[in-house]
Design a protein around this ligand. Structure first.
Ligand SMILES: Nc1ncnc2c1ncn2[C@@H]1O[C@H](COP(=O)(O)OP(=O)(O)OP(=O)(O)O)[C@@H](O)[C@H]1O
Ligand SMILES: O=P(O)(O)OC[C@@]1(O)O[C@H](CO)[C@@H](O)[C@@H]1O
Length: 304
């Protein structure tokens, strides 16, 4: 069973304007409210792929109710801890370009935090825990580390999609998968990456430090999968990009959902790329039919 954890869910308020004029009244051309937060996105795409999963984390207030309701209507199983503060609203402004303004996140009490830890102590060997996204400041920066220890004690695997120190710290506990994009990989090691050799060199460092699989996404320029023995490159399908929000989460869902169902790492890689691109080509997250249509367009080659 796969469990996703979103410590800091959001309503993603997607607002489209013809042209953004700072300091003036702008009228919306279109707007859309969607449940957001990286783990929730992973759960929504896992559900599309038929991979059994439960979305967990913290939800509170009217914003939390919106998310609960949306997930239930779209048959995404969930088991969130209810909190007294409001779940945040993240603004995604489309004005030719994409500008995002993400909230800090709600206050979470010690008791609420402990309630999530207690739920996760029910994990079992063979389960996969997906930890994705930012940590609300009230939880403290070591909260992921606490959840990873709970996961390890249960003998379950984990995937972590975060950045910086929290990601580096998590490597020693041997995550099943990490997926930085090429910019995040460079930032992580405080370097600039200009060549294919450097991408592989720094991707391999994540493996050497403990990750079991490393995916490096490069938006429209393809993706790399680095395993102990091999490096594989995938192209991305051609299409019109409508939305990049959640493309990386969809890629993780495609990879982990397929890996959990088949154990086949290359099939997982191909579905991961197809899922990321299917979301990039949609207004919302990808649905099953869109993902399936793109799978044959993803070619994977060994990278020498
Ligand atoms: N321009 C594009 N054309 C086709 N596919 C794309 C494009 N941009 C993103 N994707 C798909 O989405 C996947 C993840 O994209 P990206 O490298 O932007 O990840 P990310 O930075 O984690 O994404 P996010 O915007 O969700 O933070 C890519 O590997 C690819 O499959
Ligand atoms: O603020 P965080 O937790 O880093 O990212 C949150 C977020 O930007 O990530 C998702 C896309 O990946 C969105 O649904 C959501 O708004």
């Amino acid at each position: 069973m796969i469990y996703t954890v979103t410590l800091n869910p959001s309503i993603d308020y997607i607002v489209e304007v013809e042209q953004l004029q700072l300091g003036h009244l702008n009228r919306m051309k279109r707007d859309l409210k969607l449940p957001g937060g990286k783990g929730i996105n992973v759960s929504r795409v896992l559900t599309q792929l038929g991979a059994e999963n439960t979305a967990m984390g913290f939800l509170g207030g009217f914003t939390g109710e919106f998310i609960r309701d949306f997930l239930s209507k779209s048959t995404v199983a969930s088991d969130f801890v209810s909190i007294s503060d409001d779940t945040r609203i993240n603004v995604k402004l489309k004005h030719g370009d994409e500008t995002e303004v993400n909230g800090l996140g709600p206050a979470i009490t010690k008791e609420e935090a402990q309630a999530l830890v207690a739920k996760l102590s029910q994990l079992k060997k063979g389960d996969i825990l997906v930890l994705s996204g930012s940590v609300p400041p009230s939880l403290g920066s070591d909260f992921y580390e606490r959840l990873i220890q709970v996961c390890k004690e249960a003998g379950a695997d984990f995937v972590i999609d975060t950045t910086g120190e929290a990601l580096l710290q998590a490597l020693k506990d041997k995550p099943l998968l990490v997926k930085p994009n090429h910019h995040e990989l460079a930032e992580l090691f405080g370097v600039t990456i200009d060549t294919k050799e450097d991408l592989v060199k720094y991707g391999r460092k994540l493996l050497e430090n403990g990750a079991k699989h490393v995916l490096i996404s490069m938006a429209g320029e393809g993706a790399l999968l680095i395993t102990d023995n091999e490096v594989y490159h995938a192209n991305v399908p051609a299409g019109k990009v409508k939305n990049s929000v959640g493309a990386g989460d969809s890629m993780i869902a495609g990879f982990i959902g397929t890996f959990a169902l088949t154990g086949d790492v290359l099939k997982a890689f191909r579905t991961g790329v197809a899922s990321g691109s299917a979301t990039a080509f949609s207004d919302d997250l990808a649905v099953k039919e869109q993902i399936e249509a793109l799978i044959p367009e993803v070619q994977i080659n060994e990278w020498k």
